[in-house]
Write a protein that binds this ligand. Structure first.
Ligand code: AP5
Length: 194
């Protein structure tokens, strides 16, 4: 198995790049943001609860997201590996993910962080807000989401750096160039030069 975390702040391109990488490596995409939006659209109790947090640009509580991820990993039993997008977002989530994967005799192999300045993140998100219908794609939403990212999510990078798994790349290049950089990094990991 090969398990990759695509890491980075809101709007850094995690979803876009996940879609570009999936087929190349035969991986399954797990986006907690997408899963939560499906719950919201289905008006499930979890969705109704999650919406209160998402609308305010706040992280949904760890226990909700961890139980959702755990079910999803179990549901996709035949995967060659996963791309985790938007998860883990707290150190508690990263520890829980390590435990879940260890139980399946696997682990996170690589964490690639997309580095994009905050002005560009805000520009992308507000532009997408014109058509996305996402309640958190607003100028105010970006401020709150960035605050949550800096306080709770940025420390997750240090967690993986300590494990020697973190690579940071420039996420400001055109989309296809970022995909190429990611592909090079992943190939280096999968096919190390002897
Ligand atoms: P989530 O859906 O995960 O949103 P996010 O992390 O804020 O990420 P985005 O989807 O906004 O951005 P992205 O990095 O995927 O970039 P994208 O490819 O879309 O989470 C939403 C909310 O759900 C959270 O705030 C939280 O409340 C809750 N939640 C989710 N997961 C959680 C968790 N684990 N724990 C707790 N709560 C959780 O690109 C953005 C835009 O930029 C697009 O328009 C794209 O076309 C454009 N773009 C991408 N790359 C480029 C490029 N290279 N150049 C120019 N434009 C680009």
């Amino acid at each position: 198995m090969f398990n990759l975390v695509l890491f980075g702040p809101p709007g850094s391109g995690k979803g876009t790049q996940s879609a570009n990488l999936l087929h190349t490596y035969g991986l399954k995409h797990i986006s907690t943001g997408d899963l939560l939006r499906e719950e919201i659209a289905g008006l499930t109790p979890m969705g109704v609860e999650a919406q209160k947090y998402i609308d305010q640009g706040l992280l949904v509580p760890d226990e909700v997201v961890i139980s959702m991820i755990s079910s999803k990993i179990d549901e996709i039993a035949d995967a060659r590996g996963f791309i985790f997008d938007g998860f883990p977002r707290t150190t508690a989530q990263a520890e829980a993910l390590d435990n879940l994967l260890e139980f399946k005799n696997t682990q996170i192999h690589m964490v690639i962080s997309l580095d994009v300045p905050v002005e560009e993140l805000a520009r992308r998100i507000v532009e997408r807000g014109a058509t996305s219908g996402r309640t958190d794609d607003t100028a105010e939403g970006v401020i709150k989401r960035m605050e949550e990212y800096n306080n709770k999510t940025a420390p997750v990078a240090a967690y993986y750096d300590q494990q020697g798994k973190l690579t940071v790349i420039n996420g400001t290049l055109p989309i296809d160039d970022v995909t190429q950089t990611l592909t090079r990094q992943i190939d280096k990991h999968l096919l190390p030069v002897a």
